[in-house]
Design a protein around this ligand. Structure first.
Ligand code: ATP
Length: 400
């Protein structure tokens, strides 16, 4: 359909980048990346009604995004050359041809293109030996200043390496390291840095990616004491296991991976350093607050969990904490009794409710007021501790 429309209106259209890469790897890719010679926005506009999508255009970059009813995206870029005014700056855009467009991409495996219209429909364009690198599992940069121009590519390379179990080619690794030494990350705004960290965390195999980040000196580069040590590596790998366990349980509350991993990276740092690192990485306030709670309350929670606790006391202790804080304690403490209590809380206690309601209290002739809340709380405690188990027993308990 896209090809036919392009033929009719005189555009040259190519499927490019991650879309072609994942197609050749036999993996799903939700987004379709298109490059259009010579005007992506007007082509996207003409496709909008055809595909019944919602269109967003970005004239300053000559790009557009069409969101289809299925939720999938079609991204349109105009074939162009980018001139970087200075490292880490937004690119100036100028129209050009597909080869030049592909040359400005991050890695050879992302430079493959498929012609989607015209007489050469279906032809694979491979100007930079991307297919060979894809076959051999190699992440290779296109030119030596690539990471200086755009340091986010360092993170992208590490992600692809971990995701596909590929290898970053030696020279490319050297370019990455050298760019870090020259301070490219200093020029990256906090928001971008945060986004790149987050993208790494949400890779399934984030452990390997974090190890690589450490190996090439990213953590040290941001702050010397951020370098991974054995304790942190162990905690992060336990977190990976806990997250897998949690996902298998398919609880309906999702876990913020970034809270857990940032907590691992920061927990041994003094509070002012944690604050300034959070500021440097522009961690959003809500996430930051949970990280602080997690780091600051870990010791208190551990001490309390060492005590003998009734079920109701365990619930009272843990219920007020974010899930991430509880999972972090689980990851950090190699203490059998603490682990058992936390697992017991998550699996058996957290969701326990009661049968009776305020309406039942009213029927008992109790006057509405703050006492209702207190009474229902007490009933829940009794239920948690096994004192009551039916609604009749709950009512009797209230009357007692
Ligand atoms: P992911 O699966 O993580 O989304 P992707 O490569 O499939 O990665 P995008 O991040 O949307 O998808 O990127 C689409 C394409 O745009 C890439 O395949 C690459 O060719 C190009 N690209 C994206 N970011 C950069 C960058 N920082 N520098 C150069 N090219 C880039």
């Amino acid at each position: 359909l896209i090809g036919k429309k392009a033929d009719k209106e005189g555009y040259k259209v190519y499927g490019v980048g991650g879309f072609v890469r994942d197609l050749l790897l036999g993996k799903d890719n939700l987004d379709l990346d298109l490059v259009v010679e010579n005007d992506a926005i007007s082509f996207a506009k003409s496709l909008k009604n055809y595909l019944n999508g919602k269109l967003k255009t970005f004239p300053q970059y000559q790009t557009a995004r069409l969101t289809l009813p299925s939720g999938k995206h079609v991204d349109f870029a105009t074939a162009r050359i980018e001139y970087y005014a200075f490292p880490a700056a937004s690119p100036e855009v100028e129209q050009s041809t597909i080869k030049q467009d592909l040359y400005r991409r991050d890695f050879t495996i992302n430079t493959l293109a498929v012609k989607l219209n015209g007489s050469t429909f279906g032809k694979l364009l491979d100007f930079f030996d991307g297919a060979k690198d894809l076959k051999e599992g190699i992440i290779r940069v296109l030119y030596n200043l690539s990471f200086v121009e755009d340091p986010t590519r360092i993170f992208r390379g590490i992600r692809f390496e971990a995701r596909f179990n590929f290898t970053i080619e030696d020279q490319t690794l050297l370019f990455m390291k050298n760019s870090l030494i020259t301070g490219v990350l200093d020029k990256l705004p906090g928001e971008k840095l945060y986004e790149e960290f987050r993208n790494v965390f949400y890779e399934e195999n984030f452990m390997d990616a974090l190890m690589k980040m450490d190996e090439i000196g990213i953590f040290e580069n941001i702050f010397p004491d951020l370098k991974l040590n054995e304790n942190k590596i162990e905690t992060i790998s336990i977190i990976q296991d806990i997250l897998q366990w949690y996902e298998q349980r398919s609880y309906n509350k999702s876990v913020s991976k970034e809270v857990l991993i940032f907590s691992c990276l920061f927990y041994d740092q003094p509070a002012p350093i944690v604050s300034s690192l959070s500021e440097r990485l522009k961690i959003p306030t809500k996430i930051r607050e949970v990280i602080f709670t997690t780091i600051n309350h870990e010791n208190y929670l551990t001490k309390k969990l060492e005590e003998d606790l009734k079920n109701s006391e365990l619930v009272e202790l843990l219920d007020g904490y974010p899930l991430e804080t509880i999972l972090f304690v689980l990851a950090r403490k190699d203490n059998k009794s603490i682990k058992e209590k936390v697992y017991y809380f998550l699996e058996n206690l957290k969701g326990v409710g009661i049968s009776i309601t305020g309406e039942d209290l009213k029927n008992l002739g109790i006057k509405p007021g703050p006492i209702y809340k207190k009474a229902l709380e007490e009933v829940r405690k009794a239920r948690l501790d096994g004192i009551v188990s039916t609604s009749e027993e709950e009512l009797e308990y209230v009357l007692d």
